[in-house]
Design a protein around this ligand. Structure first.
Ligand code: EPU
Length: 423
């Protein structure tokens, strides 16, 4: 049975919604548990499909993974049974490659299936491999697997300059460096809040890391990484998605459980569109949105505008007054949902990594297909303001990263339901 989501034209959203823990943080924290020869407890863990898949990857490696409270995962990494992350699992979720660094550090070897391309681009992993090689590992690709072999003397610290501040490469390198001898310097490191969360987690486990939140990290290797209990940061992209939904419907909502600083540029863009925003310590209040004005968006590594919010803003730009230029600089193929949005009446022309959005169109409900996680969420948002009924299919993409997306939107007044259809 495949599920689909039905959305009717909805009133202005109103009320309060609590976001879950950040997907892109928790997946790496789960991988980092491989560095700990003991128990890791993670709190504020979202119930999303990607967490289940990462749990299966870790179980395949010998970690005992258990839900010990509704949003608490306990990972027991006393004994690892394997250093192979199999293709069947990696093919389901690219983020499985986050086990490369910690496995190499802890086991001295790692065998991780090479992920293929995905819906948003080819997503190479050359920087992950170059980073491991800089620490002295031998890496080769054979039969569809990345094989890492660490010399008997172990990994050795190095100075690594990343060509691009890749989130995944920075994380793998940090985790490998935890087990290297000496202090590894990572230059041009990614600075996303999820990376800072990983650094905080490792610091809590006793690892010496300096430079959190900056483009230069210094990781001092150790043989002892302590057991740790850590609360995952709130999901800034989930929060941003609800805020765009509220702005599009000219609603009044309070989003809780997220640090507004993590959404700085997103909140500024929403203000430029005409929304009023108040920032609390761990909450954001959006209210009294004027008729939306189109804004240009240019995705960049943090603290630039997040690629994971590009689709939601394009949906808002489609109904806003004026034209806008959306530039996608991070992934080469992240405009697939725009064709679906076009089926709802949006006027969008794509040229390479630019999208010209002519705003002011009235969207009309239509059956559409979710091409990827954020594109799917954007189509749901479009359905809230479209006349008539929208059905979004292939919602398994949305389930990868949003916990209870439909019920949270419904609790804010959205006219949204989820159904199953026979295959
Ligand atoms: N890249 C390379 N070589 C590498 C690594 C990356 O060329 O070795 C390229 C990629 O192909 C891509 C760009 O660099 O074009 C950025 O990739 P990055 O490594 O920064 O991203 P990621 O680690 O693959 C994470 C998130 C994405 C998010 C990006 C950017 C997770 C599990 N995924 O991906 O999240 O868009 O960072 O912020 O953390 C999502 O949640 O919907 C999502 C796609």
């Amino acid at each position: 049975m495949a599920d689909y989501i039905t959305i009717e034209h909805s009133p202005a959203l109103s009320g309060r919604v609590v976001v879950a823990g950040a997907k892109n943080s928790v997946l790496k924290l789960m991988a980092a548990s491989l560095l700990i020869e003991g128990v890791t407890v993670l709190q504020n863990v979202p119930h999303i499909a990607d967490v289940e898949i990462m749990g299966q990857v870790l179980q395949a490696l010998g970690v005992k993974v258990n839900w010990t409270a509704p949003h608490e995962l306990t990972l027991d990494g006393h004994h690892l049974a394997s250093h192979t992350a199999p293709y069947e699992l990696v093919a389901q979720m690219r983020a499985s490659t986050a086990v490369l660094g910690p496995l190499s550090g802890r086991c001295g070897q790692a065998r991780v299936a090479l992920p293929g391309g995905c819906n948003i681009g080819s997503r190479k992993i050359d920087m992950h491999i170059a980073g491991l090689e800089a620490l002295g590992a031998q890496v080769c690709i054979e039969h569809g697997y990345i094989n890492v072999q660490v010399p008997a003397s172990g990994l050795l610290a190095a100075e690594v300059l990343l060509e691009f501040p890749s989130v995944g490469a920075t994380e793998n390198l940090i985790m490998a460096a935890v087990r290297a001898q000496g202090t590894t310097i990572i230059k041009n490191a990614a600075r996303e809040p999820e990376i800072t969360d990983l650094v905080t987690f490792l610091q809590e486990a006793g690892v010496g890391i300096e430079g959190a939140g900056t483009a230069e990290l210094a990781v001092t290797g150790t043989t002892k990484v302590n057991e740790v209990c850590h609360r995952v940061i709130g999901d800034r992209i989930e929060a941003g998605t609800f805020l765009v939904a509220a702005a599009m419907t000219r609603g009044d909502i309070e989003v809780e459980g997220v640090d507004p600083d993590h959404l700085d540029i997103v909140l500024r863009k929403l203000e430029a569109m005409g929304a009023h925003i108040e920032r609390g310590p761990q909450s954001i209040h959006l209210h009294d949105a004027d008729k939306l004005r189109a804004v240009d968006i240019q995705t960049l590594p943090y603290p630039g505008f997040p690629t994971d919010m590009q689709a939601q803003f394009m949906a808002a730009d489609a109904i806003a007054e004026g034209s806008s230029l959306v530039t996608e600089n991070v992934f080469e193929n992240r405009f697939m949902f725009a064709d679906e949005l076009g089926r709802m009446g949006a006027d969008i022309s794509i040229e390479g990594h630019y999208a010209l959005v002519k705003g002011g169109t009235s969207l009309s409900g239509a059956p559409v297909i979710s091409p990827d996680l954020r594109g799917g969420a954007a189509l749901v948002l479009a359905g809230l303001v479209a006349e008539g009924t929208t059905t979004v299919h292939d919602v398994y993409h949305i389930d990868r990263g949003y916990e209870d997306f439909c019920s949270k939107l419904a609790s804010l007044g959205a006219r949204i339901t989820r159904q199953s259809e026979p295959d």
